[in-house]
Design a protein around this ligand. Structure first.
Ligand code: SAM
Ligand code: SF4
Length: 475
């Protein structure tokens, strides 16, 4: 889950405005949500809009004159955090202008920067009216009321994920046939470079019943593809029903169950940790036709020395072993990964080992990042910090290799015919955009009424990050 994607097949939703609830003529209140970072933030932004809908907020696609602006922030890398402060500065100018015209703009900071630096934000940026962490956004109505009264606590960063999920409205307003569904949050793995365990809290799995309910609701509203989300989604272990009572369900059990819901034709999950890639999940890839042949399995480095320093708890060998098992279960599976270059102590040989691993696996796409020093994490105090120019150079070399593999993966699809789920309009007039089973974007000339449907498409060409095709059958 990433901000600076190098090359990837995944259609990441980065820095995008989240559609707010439908207009309420009575209140005239407007909402703008800016989302930074990973898919979990995209999901959270959609849920914030759900929470705010009963308050009568209507969507706007610019922050300029919005009554409520929410910045849903990402803290994973330093650059992501810096963006927030510069955006607050820009918003303050709009806020002042609106105040001159007698209208109020409320500025809310949500997400992981809010969690990590809430007090600092309140102190440094008086234009900010309220701060809400990723496990507390169900309390937005309360916080907005306090901000309006200018009294009471306006910083809410409690960590109770279960409380949040219980409080969120059951009904969602999906904005297309593909939707995210959060099933797991937080992380107990403490990789030495990562802030997630501190900003998202301990690992928590939602119980099965509300997940099924949410999925059914989405299916009833036309959703055909669900992507199950979690920081370590394959560590999912939620309480689920059995004939005898209840027991802990694995992600594989959950997937098999979701696959039976009428209307749900595609299931994906992200992001996974190599240590949690259990045999039952691997088997599901070979057996559940709704489970799409795509696996994002971050490895971070191809050097065992670096993996150990990262506290990844897996080795290059165990990772390759897992990949081999997954490929045996589902030979056509597309593999993706995350890489960090320039981790403290990384030598040229360590980096070469990473390049070697990439060559050995052959990815359909991957995200690669330059190591970013995060205050409070063990790696930030390690010896052997790598010079910025060295890391830049390695990043470029790695990205070139990944791009080459991605292009080869796409080119191999030319001439094939497969199902595409159409998710929206294409870039050009008369074009619609869809998604292949392997998460590639597919551009096709076709009528808009096919959006939301799965149709057979013959691939006729490739573009740098997508495929072009023609409809084989159309209803
Ligand atoms: N839980 C997933 C895993 O362990 O693979 C990844 C979640 S993390 C939010 C997404 C990605 O951000 C990581 O896989 C890693 O590549 C990258 N990342 C995290 N911390 C970073 C840092 N300090 N510097 C650079 N990249 C980082
Ligand atoms: Fe961060 Fe590691 Fe947890 Fe992934 S497994 S969220 S990289 S600490």
């Amino acid at each position: 889950m990433h901000e600076e994607a190098a090359t990837s097949l995944q259609s990441q939703q980065i820095d995008r405005p989240t559609p707010a609830p439908s207009a309420d003529g009575k209140t005239g209140k407007t909402l703008f949500i800016q989302t930074y970072g990973c898919q979990m933030n995209v999901y959270d932004s959609e849920r914030m809009a759900d929470v705010l809908r009963p308050l009568g907020y209507s969507p706007v696609d610019k922050p300029d004159n919005a009554n409520l602006v929410v910045l849903n922030t990402c803290h994973i890398r330093e650059k992501a955090t810096e963006k927030v402060y510069s955006e607050i500065g820009r918003l303050k100018a709009h806020k002042d202008l609106m105040a001159q015209n007698g209208t109020k703009m409320t500025i809310a900071i949500a997400g992981c920067v809010a969690q990590a630096e809430g007090e600092e934000i309140m102190r440094r940026a008086p234009a900010v009216d309220l701060v809400v962490g990723p496990q507390a956004y169900h309390k937005l109505p309360e916080l907005i009321a306090r901000a309006a009264r200018a009294s009471g606590e306006r910083l809410e960063t409690s960590f109770e994920a279960d409380e949040k999920f219980d409080a969120l409205p059951t009904l969602r307003a999906p904005d297309g046939p593909s939707a995210f569904l959060s099933v797991q949050e937080g992380c107990d793995k403490f990789c030495t470079f990562c802030v997630v365990p501190y900003t998202r809290g301990a690992e928590y799995s939602r119980p099965v019943d509300p997940i099924i309910l949410e999925a059914r609701g989405l299916a009833q509203q036309g959703v055909r593809e669900i992507t199950l989300l979690g920081q370590n989604v394959n560590a999912y272990h939620g309480q689920g029903p059995t004939l005898a009572g209840s027991e802990t369900w694995s992600l594989a059990q959950l997937v098999r169950h979701l696959a039976k819901i009428g209307g749900i034709e595609r299931i994906r999950y992200t992001t996974s940790h190599p240590c949690d890639m259990s045999d039952d999940l691997i088997e599901a890839h070979g057996e559940v036709k709704e489970l799409m042949p795509y696996l994002h399995l971050p490895v971070q480095s191809g050097s065992n020395k670096i993996l150990k320093a990262m506290n990844r708890k897996h080795s290059v060998e165990s990772y390759l072993d897992t990949i081999a098992k997954v490929r045996k279960a589902r030979p056509d599976i597309a593999l993706a990964s995350d890489f960090i270059v320039g981790f403290p102590g990384e030598t040229e040989q360590d980096f070469e080992d990473t390049m070697e691993l990439v060559r050995a696996v052959g990815y359909a796409g991957a995200y690669s990042f330059k190591y970013s020093k995060r205050p409070g994490t063990p790696a930030s105090e390690m010896y052997g910090q790598v010079a910025s120019e060295v890391a830049d150079d390695r990043l470029q070399r790695l990205q070139a290799l990944i791009l080459e593999q991605q292009r080869a993966f796409n080119a191999a699809k030319v001439g094939e015919t497969f199902d595409v789920l159409f998710t929206g309009k294409g870039r050009n007039e008369g074009q619609i955009l869809g998604r292949s089973p392997w998460l590639q974007s597919v551009h096709v000339a076709g009528p808009e009424h096919l959006i939301g449907q799965i149709q057979s498409v013959r691939i006729i060409g490739t573009m740098p990050n997508s495929l072009t095709g023609e409809l084989v059958t159309a209803s």
